[in-house]
Design a protein around this ligand. Structure first.
Ligand code: ADP
Ligand code: ADP
Length: 455
């Protein structure tokens, strides 16, 4: 077969993306508890579910005290009762930087990869590596930006950006990739930015306080920062947290293991992982890197089979293993691939190590509160009537996720109607445009013969 040697000195880390996709749970930034584990005034995006939140708060305390090793958490409760939200709250309560990875158990059954490979990738996605890098950056307040297309419209754009500190000002040429960022992020005069000199990435640090003096109309989403002082070019130590899996993936690709589908990594050779681990360990010894165990959330865990459970059991014992949070809505269930019946479809040895937390259905008032928080997170204004409409839709569909998706759709309809806030008619229209699971089921039952059915 083919031999593969990866030198650890070749390991790439500076191209690793740092985006975290959390979408539906982005409004949650903690468990919203005070020191005595009671609901705090700042609920950190969490509504109700007090018993489960307090239990989760206790677990966070155990994690912080280092008393959780080798244990897992199992959250039981109906769909849409906030099991994922609770797991997200746990990760945020540990620290804002704690990686959070969410998957559904059925994802392990893939034609492209083995079950243990998929679980290994998930585990390594939930292990963060904080790396300190010495870099040369240019940071300053934008004075002006000019971009130009070539006269004939063919070829690359060119541009110039003028930056200043409180002490100096200079003009820099920018290439087409940087121009793309400038346009996409709408970087304009008054923004304080940082350019990484080695790769040209531009990061907006905020709006210049100097510039904003006397203006009140600053969006809350952009923070105000001081205009930098001294030289424009500086040597700094930047700290980034990236997922171990991302480092694996980049290096796997760099070694020529490309996959057909973009965004999909394929199996990662153990040589790659070993080389990555070796490099990270070197950096840990030099105190350039730190491992940040995160949270791996596995929904519908009863779908896993014995082999997967055995794998998780082993993985949990590792020094840097993420906290495994499992969720299910099943009671006594057969363990997949066996004839044994067990509580929640989870084998007894794993159940023995699990701290079990139960979530309960929400009251109408709680649903409304969650919808309000969610609307705020999406920067959307609901009229009182629209909120009542969404709450009714929740009652009918029993799906919080569906009701929340309608916020986004309703807001697009509101924009088109040029209304200031979402009105009941926008919600009604959105409801008629997109089917929820119940209606899809009914449609299929009523018109089954028109569809191909798999049995
Ligand atoms: P489950 O995992 O039990 O199916 P989710 O956590 O996905 O349920 O909940 C559905 C949606 O409602 C998610 O967007 C979630 O963030 C939100 N949500 C659920 N419970 C709460 C809560 N207690 N506070 C705030 N948001 C919640
Ligand atoms: P195992 O117990 O199977 O050896 P661990 O549970 O210790 O693995 O670690 C979980 C994952 O994190 C594994 O994929 C492992 O390769 C990786 N890992 C563990 N320690 C380190 C480290 N110091 N540096 C980089 N990766 C590590």
């Amino acid at each position: 077969g083919m031999s593969l040697t990866v030198s650890t000195s070749d390991i790439i880390v500076n191209e690793v993306p740092k985006v975290e996709r959390i979408g539906a749970h982005s409004h949650i930034y903690g468990l919203g508890l005070d020191d005595s584990l009671n609901a705090a005034t700042d609920n950190q995006g969490m509504v109700g579910q007090i018993k489960a939140r307090r239990a989760a708060g206790l677990i966070v305390k155990m994690i912080k005290d280092g008393k959780i090793a080798g244990r897992a958490i199992l959250i039981t409760g109906e769909p849409g009762t906030g099991k994922t939200a609770l797991a997200m709250g746990i990760s945020k309560a540990i620290s804002a930087q704690t990686p959070f990875v969410s998957m559904t158990a059925s994802e392990v059954y893939s034609v492209d990869m083995s079950k243990t490979e998929i679980l290994t990738q998930a585990i390594r996605k939930a292990i963060g590596v904080t790396i300190a890098e010495k870099k040369t950056v240019i940071s300053g307040e934008v004075v002006s930006v000019e971009t130009e297309r070539p006269q004939n419209g063919i070829g690359k754009r060119t541009g110039k950006i003028t930056l200043k500190t409180t002490d100096m000002e200079a003009v820099f040429d920018i290439g087409s990739k940087m121009i793309e960022t400038v346009i996409r992020d709408r970087i304009s005069a008054g923004d304080v930015i940082r350019i990484d000199k080695t790769n040209g990435t531009i990061e907006r640090l905020g709006r210049s306080a100097l510039r904003n003096r006397g203006f009140d109309a600053v969006s809350n989403s952009v923070s105000e920062v001081p205009c930098p002082d001294g030289e424009l070019e500086k040597h700094v130590e930047l700290v980034d947290t990236v997922a171990l899996h991302e480092i694996d993936a980049i290096n796997s690709r760099a070694q020529g293991y490309l996959t057909v589908f973009s965004g999909d990594t394929g199996e990662i050779k153990s040589e790659i992982r070993e080389a990555v681990d070796k490099k990270i360990n070197e950096w840990r010894e030099q105190e350039r890197a730190r491992i940040v165990p995160g949270v791996l959330f596995i929904d519908e865990v009863h779908v896993l089979d014995l082999e997967c459970f055995a794998f998780l059991n082993r993985a949990m014992e590792g020094e840097f293993a993420p906290i495994i949070v499992m969720a299910t809505n099943r009671g006594m269930t057969q363990i997949r691939g066996t004839s044994f019946v067990s509580a929640h479809g989870v084998p007894v040895d794993l159940l023995d190590r699990a701290l079990i937390v139960k979530t309960v259905p929400y009251s109408e008032e709680e649903v409304k509160q969650i919808l309000i928080i969610r609307a705020r997170a999406e920067n959307v204004t609901l009229s009182p009537g629209a909120l009542v409409g969404l709450a009714k839709i929740f009652e009918k569909t029993n799906s919080l996720r569906y009701a929340m998706q309608l916020i986004t759709v309703s807001d697009i309809l509101r924009q088109r109607a040029k209304a200031a806030e979402i009105q009941p008619e926008h919600v009604k229209k959105a409801y008629s445009m997109f089917h929820d699971v119940h209606r899809v089921k009914k449609l299929l039952e009523d018109n089954g013969e028109q569809y191909i059915t798999y049995t």
